[in-house]
Ligand binder design. Structure first.
Ligand code: ADP
Ligand code: MG
Length: 409
């Protein structure tokens, strides 16, 4: 079915070559190295990270690549293929958070923000640097292209400055905080730590059980191919709207509800029934119900994976948990949109064991757990349904649990 749009990942060799070539073309000379970091999909556990819950991302084979060379001064020059040969320049001494005089506009905030955050965390002073970026993580598809940028930059600077943080999971957890500060403070997106944790701490062949309360992780074997299964990612290409405002509202509602319920974070709510009884506002009740039940579903999903191969009842159960996760995000958390709901419904109708939106919502991507031999069929049905409904044509990714941020050249 050739009409399907598959978003292919660049190999490390291709990505390193493209970033290096752009570097040389733009700045002259050779980069000191090339570093890469992946986008991610969250398998289950959505909108729970900022409530102290558990989520379960995998790293995608799709990566951002940065070719970097340190400089003698404090200047940072950055180029991306979209910029058609014109690089952006910043002074590391002038860069600052959103709202300050040093506010950085546009995509370079994600990269230069990491240098700023490293220095803020006491890992400076850093030299200036030249950086050329190439990424095959689709932008704004809910697959975390922004964290891929930050995490590639973080492992590059860690390496060039000899910090050694990327050499251990403990050090990587510190880099997560640095990248999150870059995204929150310099890029101005108030997100939780899920994306950066996935990009820095996932490992190939595993999903990452991330406890957002204390940032502890466990590697959960997740070899779908061995069970004859595949995880199809559907990028709906729905136009994102109101994302930031809606996200901030959801967070504020959760914080307010936690305060009313007398808990630090919603993960501390033990009985969803008691919480429902204690909250008057219907909207808060729905939001809390999503968060508490989603954390429960995620635990059950992880427990089920631990019991053995995904077949029979176990397969039916994990599929059902994915379905209930989506339904809760649609009805209680109200972060889906017609494109996401249609893709999920169509995948289920065409034999997916489970399907759900992934990421923040309001557009972006869904995932469907399908028999390996039926991936094309499900994708074709999802594409046709979108076209029939007059919606954007979706693009597809096969997500295999892949490696975290690392040096590739
Ligand atoms: P997501 O992380 O879900 O893809 P975000 O809105 O968080 O969506 O991040 C997308 C932003 O990241 C883009 O608007 C852009 O600023 C930056 N970005 C990501 N990839 C690239 C790239 N290849 N070149 C330039 N900027 C990029
Ligand atoms: Mg992002």
């Amino acid at each position: 079915m050739s009409e399907l749009t598959w978003l292919k990942a660049l190999s490390d060799a291709e990505g390193a070559e493209a970033a290096s070539a752009l570097f040389t073309e733009t700045f002259g000379g050779q980069p000191a190295g090339v570093w890469a970091a992946p986008g991610r999909v969250n398998v289950i556990g959505e909108h729970v990270d900022y409530n102290g819950g558990i989520c379960l991302p995998i790293a995608l084979p799709h990566r951002a690549f940065v070719a970097v060379a340190p400089r003698e001064d404090r200047v940072v020059r950055l180029i991306s293929p979209q910029d058609e040969g014109v690089f952006v320049e910043h002074d590391l001494d002038a860069v600052g958070p959103v709202g300050s005089e040093g506010e950085v506009k546009g995509w370079t905030a994600y990269l230069v923000g990491v240098a700023w955050a490293l220095e803020q965390a006491g890992f400076g002073p850093l030299p200036g640097f030249d950086v050329a970026l190439t990424s095959c993580v689709p932008l704004g598809a809910g697959l975390s292209s922004s964290a891929a940028l930050e995490c590639a930059m973080a492992v590059a600077l860690d390496d060039l400055a000899g910090l050694g943080l990327a050499g251990s999971d403990e050090g990587r957890a510190k880099l997560v905080e640095v990248c999150r500060a870059a995204e929150n403070k310099v890029a101005g997106a108030n997100t939780g730590g899920l994306d950066q944790s996935a990009s820095l701490r996932c490992t190939a062949g595993h999903a990452l059980e991330l406890d957002a309360r204390d940032n502890t992780v466990a590697q959960v074997p997740f070899d779908l191919a061995a069970d004859g299964l595949a995880l199809l990612v559907i990028d709906t290409r729905a136009p994102h709207q109101l994302v930031d405002g809606q996200y901030a509202q959801r967070r504020a509602t959760c914080e307010e509800a936690a305060r009313k319920l007398g808990v630090e974070l919603l993960v501390d709510v033990r009985e969803v029934q008691d919480a429902m009884a204690a909250l008057e506002d219907e909207v808060s009740r729905k939001r809390v119900r999503h968060v508490v039940t989603e954390i429960g579903r995620t635990r059950e999903f992880i427990d089920t994976l631990a019991k053995g191969a995904l077949e029979g009842e176990r397969l039916a159960l994990v599929g059902d948990l994915m379905n209930r996760s989506h339904d809760s995000l649609r009805d209680d958390y109200e972060v889906t949109c017609p494109e996401l709901d249609l893709a999920v419904d169509t995948a289920r109708a065409h034999g997916a064991f489970g399907a759900r939106m992934t990421g923040g919502g309001f557009g972006g991507s869904c995932i469907a757990l399908v028999e390996a031999g039926r991936v094309e069929e499900v994708a074709a049905a999802v594409r046709q349904a979108a076209l029939d409904a007059g919606l954007a044509e979706p693009a597809f990714i096969l997500s295999v649990p892949s490696a975290p941020a690392e040096r590739v050249r």
